[in-house]
Design a binder for this molecule. Structure first.
Ligand code: HPA
Length: 267
């Protein structure tokens, strides 16, 4: 049952208040077509959900979709807010607390990221096996919540995704360490070199606050980065947001098939 009490952080409009999703997905740009695979039961703009932050970037407002995939009830969040817009880390993790309020047990996070490990290739997907938080921010600030972070990203769910990729005859995602940088500017070549020295494989500006929040609420987490570009200094070409978006959109098509196969097996 979706929890509903006066202590709820978010107030859900009628169109989705009856949803009982078990899996919640937060999709980075380009993965929008995944919602076309849902047997939809309702959708609503973020601006209609009291308590949820709404991006002020035109075209980034966000929509929540409820539906079924392979018989399993899911909720899909298209669009997220980032700390570089001025939101706190707690605000950036709001969708995860909304998922928790709806009864979600497994959270799937996707993002676009720059390559720090030069052995990786643009257009491929990376399963996060761990992260490095370089922002100094946390969604748990203000509460003495000393959660364990030994395995933020579920090993069994990572195995499931690799296994299903093989079954579909796809190139399986590589595993790697994601670094959260605040942005919005891309890194300098010296920063990319530093991140590699620290053990990072990829760098981006999202996902980590959501993963920390989900673990604090006892949810299982799996996260994937679309490797859209070489980090600054690795290729000799300047970074362009348009290139990041284009590579992301092309790589998204294969992930939609993979998620459709995996999500029903995650609960
Ligand atoms: N750096 C940070 N975030 C990103 C990048 C990058 O190179 N590419 C896509 N998101």
């Amino acid at each position: 049952m979706p929890k509903s009490s006066s202590t709820d952080e978010f107030s859900l409009p009628k169109s989705i208040s009856g949803a009982k999703p078990k899996v919640g997905l937060i999709l980075g740009s380009g993965l929008g077509p995944f919602v076309d695979r849902l047997k939809s039961t309702g959708s609503v703009s973020y601006s209609k959900i009291d308590g949820l932050p709404v991006s002020k970037v035109p075209g980034h407002e966000g929509t929540l979709h409820c539906g079924k995939i392979g018989g399993v009830e899911v909720v899909v969040a298209k669009g997220r807010v980032h700390c570089y817009e001025g939101w706190t880390a707690k605000e950036a993790a709001s969708l995860v607390r909304l998922f928790d309020q709806m009864g979600v047990e497994v959270v799937v996070l996707t993002n676009a990221a720059g390559i720090v490990n030069a052995n990786f290739k643009p257009g491929r997907w990376m399963l996060l096996c761990d992260h490095i938080n370089m922002t100094g921010l946390s969604p748990l600030t203000g509460s003495a919540t000393f959660i364990d972070q030994s395995e933020v990203y579920s090993k069994p769910l990572r195995c499931l995704i690799v296994e299903m990729a093989h079954e579909l005859g796809m190139i399986a995602p590589v595993e790697g360490v994601y670094t959260w940088m605040n942005g919005p500017e891309y890194e300098t070549p010296a920063e990319v070199k530093m991140l590699r020295t620290l053990g990072a494989d990829a760098v981006g500006m999202s996902t980590v606050p959501e993963a920390i929040q989900a673990r604090a609420l006892g949810m299982e987490v799996v996260a994937m980065s679309c490797l859209t570009n070489y980090g600054a200094g690795l290729s000799g070409v300047p970074l362009s947001h348009d290139e990041v978006m284009e590579v992301g959109a092309n790589a998204a098509a294969v992930l939609v098939d993979l998620l459709e196969k995996c999500v029903p097996q995650m609960v």
